[in-house]
Design a protein around this ligand. Structure first.
Ligand code: ADP
Ligand code: MG
Length: 728
């Protein structure tokens, strides 16, 4: 066995769980490192406090003088908690979070110093932004970018640093991050939804989108990960034969959480509590060493921040426990990959969940309005929704018979299917009093507050209604949820605006009552959105065929999928709603295509290296041992040797065959890579990487994995799947 593999396994096997002391109740430490409402009351003047609350609730701007008061209070609080530095915390388009720490400490001459943090430093910063992806925005406009405080997401302390959530924009105002378009989309859906709510309740002033994500991940011993160059550099295994036992016994899912993993989770949860991330659920997932963690849902912007922060914290806590967290959507072939379900709904400032059935026919009509508008929005924008979850890594998971396919469809369950069928037959135009009564009592009025088929919900659907929310299941585990949330809230905003306009027009033109007009439009929407509804098995081949007939998109690869992000239709919608202008949308497209190319390029290089520098030399060494053996047998048995060396001779031949295949395929891939690198046009380049370079990966892997089975285990240099997946 190679020394690296040997030591890695030995080290991981001898590890003991890190002991965690927990004396305090979790609820008593919840949010104690967050500059939340309670803390603000304590540390801010009344005027400053009100000003922040007004900004949070109504989006009002914070006056510069007041900002000075706020920063002073924030600094006092942070220093009282042991913070020495502050940073603007933001989410550039790299997918990771970014921070640059500055000390509060400031010399004031004569060898003296003070702690300083003014309103200016709170509100705006200019990080050197030249190394963040910008898709050409800063070249065409201004060289600089700046970060600006987002008061709707509270500041927090991590370690000894005060972190201030910010947006990141170019000097001419173009978004360079995930948060800016998300905030714009949330505002758009707020306004559009409030307008529609007014049909049902005049008191509604604000509608919040809520998000509850579920984060799946693998937890692997850090020394085992370090022994695999592919895991270290690409986050996934590029080769490795399936172990004899994988997940076929279903014995990991919801099983007892292994001791070491449990200690990690407890430590992580404590950190989450301090940071105000309301984590609630933890369990084993389907694959060995795969787990899930989910919080209680929150306002979408805050929930997105929490998820980004969580992924960071997960990495950091894992270091203490000698684990490495794998966020990649498909770290191991042959066992399940990881996703990040996005549970989404809309709720009013009057406390109503707009996607939850209510007690009265009126509240149920409101529910149906939002429910059917969501379906219509998804129906009209399925391809864009698919684009919102596209990435090189998620391509491995979508459609892999464990995760939803690349086809977007909506599952609503039997009860609601029946309701929609009834509504479809509502009379066109004015309704008779009998029909109205019938609708109210027997259709709308019959929707129970708790929908029965939440429990037997269809797990193969990418977008499923689960009783009081929709669950967007195709989001990648590594992804920033902002991407999916921006699109979902934008298409919903657009849909609700259209709905409002159509209902108003009907009321005016045909002199209909409000309810009649609502019923009429909903009926049309049901008819128009039929294609997107699917209750069957989303993993089956039959669905692919059926979806094709229905004209639904099935973009299996990222370069194909991303195109929907810059279609005329998309750009028009983004512009109309003020979410992104053309420059921003195109820049993002460029960045994502670029990232796709780079990811595949890195994988290609790593795979070539491992195949040539690890696998082939090992196979040659083993083959030499076999050759020596055959020679020895010949010495002993003379011409009779073949009788005793059949197996060895076959092995020698097979090994040669695979070495030859690896060499020729790696050469082929390298040549294709060179050709792809010479292409300037990003679309053609991404296509080349997808269809010419990546397509050879499987052939190289095939031979490497065969050799793994043939070569003496003692010699094999790479930690094997069984060791990675079953070491606890
Ligand atoms: P699972 O899908 O694993 O069965 P649950 O149904 O318990 O899980 O819920 C998953 C997530 O949905 C949780 O984070 C929960 O807080 C969130 N959730 C529940 N209600 C809503 C809602 N109205 N809006 C958004 N998320 C919600
Ligand atoms: Mg779920």
């Amino acid at each position: 066995m190679s020394t690296l593999r040997f030591h890695a396994i030995k080290e991981s096997l001898t590890r003991k769980p890190v002991h965690i002391e927990e004396n305090e109740r979790r609820s008593s430490i919840f949010g104690s490192n967050v500059f939340n409402e309670d803390t603000m009351r304590q540390f801010l003047t009344k005027e400053a406090f009100n000003s922040v609350m007004d900004a949070v609730q109504n989006g009002t701007k914070i006056d510069r003088v007041v900002a000075d008061h706020i920063s002073t209070g924030m600094k006092e609080w942070a220093i009282s908690k042991g913070a020495t530095h502050y940073t603007h915390w933001f989410q550039p388009l790299t997918g990771a979070t970014a921070e640059k720490h500055d000390a509060f400490f400031e010399p004031i001459g004569n060898g003296r110093a003070i702690e300083k943090f003014g309103g200016g430093q709170l509100v705006q910063q200019e990080p050197d932004a030249s190394s963040f992806p910008n898709g050409g925005i800063r070249n065409t406009f201004e060289a600089r970018g700046y970060t600006a405080w987002d008061p709707t997401s509270p500041a927090f302390i991590y370690g000894t640093t005060l972190c201030i959530p910010t947006v990141f924009v170019s000097y001419t105002g173009e978004a360079l991050d995930y948060k800016t378009p998300l905030l714009r989309a949330l505002q758009a859906v707020d306004h559009a939804a409030v307008d529609v709510c007014k049909y049902f309740d005049k008191n509604v002033k604000k509608v919040n989108a809520s998000l509850g994500w579920e984060q799946e991940y693998f937890l692997i011993d850090s020394s085992l990960v370090a022994s695999r160059p592919d895991l270290v550099l690409t986050g996934r295994t590029l080769l490795g034969h399936s172990p004899a036992k994988g997940q076929q016994l279903d014995d990991h899912y919801f099983g007892t959480i292994p001791n070491r993993a449990m200690q990690y989770m407890r430590d992580l949860e404590t950190e989450c509590m301090l940071l105000g991330i309301p984590v609630k659920t933890r369990h084993n997932e389907v694959a060995p060493n795969q787990f899930e963690l989910a919080p209680v849902y929150d306002e979408a912007n805050l929930a997105v921040d929490h998820n980004s922060l969580l992924m960071d914290v997960m990495d950091k806590v894992a270091e203490r426990h000698n684990f490495k967290v794998l966020f990649h959507e498909k770290p191991f072939a042959g066992v399940n990959g990881s996703g990040k379900h996005n549970n989404w709904s809309l709720s009013t400032d009057t406390g109503v969940n707009l996607l939850g059935p209510g007690k009265t026919p009126m509240s149920n009509l409101q529910f149906l309005t939002f429910f059917i508008n969501t379906i219509k929005a998804v129906n009209d924008n399925e391809e864009l929704l698919r684009a919102a979850i596209a990435s090189a890594s998620n391509d491995h998971r979508l459609g892999a018979n464990e995760a939803p396919p690349a086809i977007i469809s909506v599952f609503i369950g039997e009860q609601l299917t029946n309701v929609l069928n009834e509504l479809e037959h509502v009379t066109n135009g004015k309704l008779s009093p009998e029909e109205k009564t019938d609708l109210k009592l027997n259709v709308v009025g019959k929707i129970p507050e708790i929908l029965l088929d939440n429990t037997d919900r269809n797990r193969t659907s990418p977008f499923a209604f689960t009783g009081n929310k929709f669950e967007f299941r195709a989001v990648g585990s590594k992804a920033n949820c902002a991407n999916a949330m921006t699109v979902l809230n934008t298409i919903m905003a657009k849909q609700l605006i259209e709905f409002k306009a159509e209902v108003d027009a009907l009321i005016k033109k045909k002199d209909l009552k409000k309810d009649e007009a609502v019923f009429n439009i909903l009926r049309e929407y049901i008819k128009k959105s039929k294609n997107i509804l699917f209750e069957g098995n989303g993993y089956g081949e039959a669905w692919e065929k059926e979806a094709k007939k229905r004209g639904l998109s099935n973009n299996k690869t990222t370069p194909e999928a991303l195109k929907a992000k810059i279609s005329d239709k998309t750009i028009k919608m983004f512009e109309q709603l003020g979410v992104m202008n053309k420059v921003e949308a195109e820049a993002r497209y460029e960045i994502e295509m670029e990232e796709y190319v780079l990811r595949i390029q890195i994988e290609g290089r790593v795979l070539g290296d491992i195949a040539r520098n690890h696998v082939v030399p090992t196979a040659v060494r083993y083959q030499n041992i076999l050759i020596e053996n055959v020679k020895g047998l010949k010495e002993i048995y003379g011409n009779d040797f073949k009788k005793y060396a059949q197996e060895q001779m076959q092995l020698i031949e097979d090994i040669s065959k695979h070495i030859e295949l690896i060499n020729s395929n790696v050469t082929k891939m390298t040549n294709e890579r060179k050709k792809a690198n010479a292409i300037d046009d990003i679309e053609k380049k991404a296509d080349a990487y997808c269809f010419k370079v990546k397509s050879i990966f499987d052939d190289i892997r095939y031979s490497c994995d065969k050799l793994e089975l043939l070569v003496d285990d003692e010699l094999w240099p790479l930690t094997k799947y069984r060791e990675l997946l079953f070491t606890k």
